[in-house]
Design a protein around this ligand. Structure first.
Ligand code: NDP
Length: 606
């Protein structure tokens, strides 16, 4: 009997919860570091070349000093969806300001081989119905998503006014004219009646602060700036033929690595995967979308129905059917099934947490057992097992990642939670051993826990000279995650303090886009110059948010990572990084009713 057959036929052993809790704690403690987020390097100065755009040359242009009705900072899904809804609402001059060389945001930068969405395309890709695009696969690959962003840009006429390779440096409210003045790295100083901000949570790449990082003499790049000139191949998956004689090291085994390692394993002469913490990798089950099936289901309103159904299954509802059917909806259905086993009167928060833990232990055991069924070398398989709750880190789903470790020439270098020790002129050192390399790829992620102003690159100055960074010093304060008192005509497009639906971020964005377009359309139609949330309404919203029972994602007992501020006490401000207490599904229902009422409760038009 092969190992695969043995594992398949083995009866699931009873789970020793105490042993697991202990193991999780040990593994977490091994990884806790006093420097938390400071272990990472901000990419600047000598390292600034890691940020350069390898995809589009920068084109000289004259600075803009004109006026537009709506300026949007960020040309990813948030900006595209909002701009699309605004044009539908009759606002013709929307200007998107974007640091990349085209629309796409995440999908502009992340062109590493194998990049694909890990939430189903049918709900992940915005405006499918409006553009008439049928995703080619259940989980579309990056080139298709980037092309979709460009399609939205073209269809809604957003290219003419857009400013690419442009970063905002300041945003100041000019009260006398009821408008914002926006300054940028390209010398622009233009005004806009309204401004939207959708810069995304993960747009600033970071490097690990490993001693000697600047000494390496070989080639190196960050995964979000993939150097196809060096590797050969292309984002569509063409073989990276230039790596055939190369020894390549990749640092990091998060969601990005899980997707690109199968491609590197195929291409490199030798591939060394430097791992600090393994990802949990469950079944993907990708496949093409059948046009006949799609034609049947794509009746008017189909995408909204799918969005609502996904959220109902994934975040708090109890839908009768599950349209998407994947690891995300399965995860929630398992937890719900456990809770439903409890008599109604026993469904306390404590018991629900216990049910969640039980379900998670079962799932993670299944995921760990899966490693043994795939990875041939027992030592490698052991090291690829994740010892933490599934939602402590971004859950990964892939059908070729674990298999890649069976490829001759692919080596897992596990660092037992310690990370890479040193980088030398010639390569990487772990446990005193130097691995000589031609190229180092940093799959080390993006800044999350650093100061907002540092990540955004600008602060906003609102009424009476108040800075947003000061106003939010003790935590984010908004209504609906969109408006901030003292900052009229400024709108945020992001999940926090709204639905906070992490499993499908674009759904948060497309809902915010609708809300903003409705308000701006109303102001334009009625001759109002300013839209602002009242202080009382903002306070009420924040008080409501504080009644939330806490989060299931990245709790303090989790292994360190960006979901839990690298395992450190996040500080009092973090208690406001929450969503609508009744959950994402309830938020979407609430905001739909808020819009339909036509009352704009809490928001003043002047
Ligand atoms: P992550 O932050 O998830 O991963 C960074 C990796 O670098 C971790 O494995 C980390 O280890 C490792 N690392 C950091 N420092 C060291 C060190 N000194 N030595 C060795 N290893 C080190 O970044 P990703 O780019 O993988 O993913 C970021 C996020 O982007 C995801 O969580 C997800 O939200 C999103 N994403 C989504 C995808 C999708 O939807 N298709 C695909 C890819 C990314 P440790 O875990 O120990 O900190």
């Amino acid at each position: 009997m092969t190992m695969t057959e043995q594992a398949r036929d083995a009866k699931p052993a009873a789970i020793d919860k105490e042993r697991l809790r202990l193991k999780y704690r040990e593994e977490r403690n091994k990884r806790l570091r006093p420097d938390g987020n400071d272990q990472y390097l901000q990419i600047k100065g000598q390292l600034a070349h890691y940020l350069e755009d390898p995809y589009t040359p920068v084109v000289e242009r004259a600075p803009k000093t004109d006026h537009v009705t709506f300026a949007f900072i960020g040309g990813g899904f948030a900006g595209l969806a909002t701009a699309a809804r605004l044009t539908e609402a009759g606002v013709k001059d929307v200007r998107i300001v974007e640091k990349g060389g085209d629309f796409g945001g995440t999908w502009y930068w992340n062109r590493y081989p194998g990049a694909q969405c890990d939430t189903a395309s049918m709900v992940y890709m915005p405006l499918l119905e409006e553009t008439g695009h049928m995703p080619s696969e259940k989980y579309a690959h990056a080139p298709e998503i980037l092309a979709h962003c460009q399609r939205i840009g073209r269809q809604f006429g957003l290219y003419d006014n857009a400013l690419f390779h442009t970063e905002v440096t300041s945003l100041d409210w000019e009260a006398a004219q009821s408008r914002w003045i926006i300054r940028t790295t390209r010398g622009d100083a233009f005004t806009a009646q309204y401004v939207g901000i959708g810069t995304g949570p993960l747009h600033v790449p970071k490097l690990p602060g490993i001693p000697g990082i600047e000494r390496f003499k070989g080639h190196s790049f960050h995964t979000s700036r993939w150097d196809y000139d060096y590797t050969g191949g292309d984002p569509n998956g063409a073989p990276m033929e230039k790596l055939a004689d190369k020894r390549v090291g990749i640092i990091g085994t998060g969601a990005t690595s899980v997707q690109c390692i199968p491609h590197l394993a195929r291409a490199c002469k030798e591939l060394y995967v430097f791992q600090r913490t393994p990802s949990s990798v469950d079944v993907r089950g990708n496949g093409p979308i059948d046009p006949d099936w799609f034609a049947d289901i794509a009746t008017p309103g189909w995408q909204q129905r799918w969005l609502e159904n996904f959220t109902a299954n994934q975040a708090g509802g109890s839908a009768e059917e599950d349209l998407v059917q994947d690891g995300w909806t399965d995860l929630s259905k398992r937890i719900r099934a456990k809770i439903m086993l409890l008599p109604r009167e026993q469904r306390s928060v404590e018991n629900m947490r216990a049910a969640f833990e039980d379900s998670d232990f079962e799932k993670m055991e299944e995921i760990r057992n899966r490693v043994d069924t795939i990875v041939r070398d027992a030592g490698t398989a052991k090291n690829l097992k994740a010892w933490y709750g599934q939602l402590c880190k971004r859950p990964c789903f892939h059908d070729a990642y674990l298999q890649a470790f069976n490829t001759p020439g692919t080596h897992l270098v596990d660092t037992d939670g310690k990370g890479v020790e040193e980088i030398t002129e010639n390569g990487i050192v772990v446990a005193g051993k130097e691995y000589k390399l031609d190229c180092i790829i940093y799959a080390s992620g993006f800044e999350v826990g650093t100061e907002y102003k540092r990540r955004a690159g600008f602060d906003a100055t609102g009424q009476d000279g108040i800075k947003l960074s000061e106003y939010w010093a003790e935590g984010m304060r908004t209504k609906h995650g969109i408006h901030v008192h003292g900052f009229p005509n400024l709108f945020f497009v992001q999940p926090t303090q709204g639905a906070n639906l992490i499993s499908n971020v674009p759904h948060n964005l497309t809902e915010a886009a609708r809300t903003i377009a409705l308000m701006v359309g109303h102001a334009q139609a009625n001759g109002f110059k300013e839209i602002e949330v009242s202080r009382e309404a903002e306070n009420r919203w924040v008080e409501l948010l504080l009644t939330a029972v806490g989060r299931m994602i990245g709790g303090p007992d989790c292994t360190p990572g960006y979901y839990n501020n690298e395992g450190r006490e996040p500080g009092p401000a973090a208690k406001l990084n929450v969503g609508y207490p009744a959950g994402a599904l309830a938020y979407f229902k609430y905001i739909d009713e808020w819009r339909r009422s036509g009352q704009f409760e809490g928001v003043q038009f002047r």
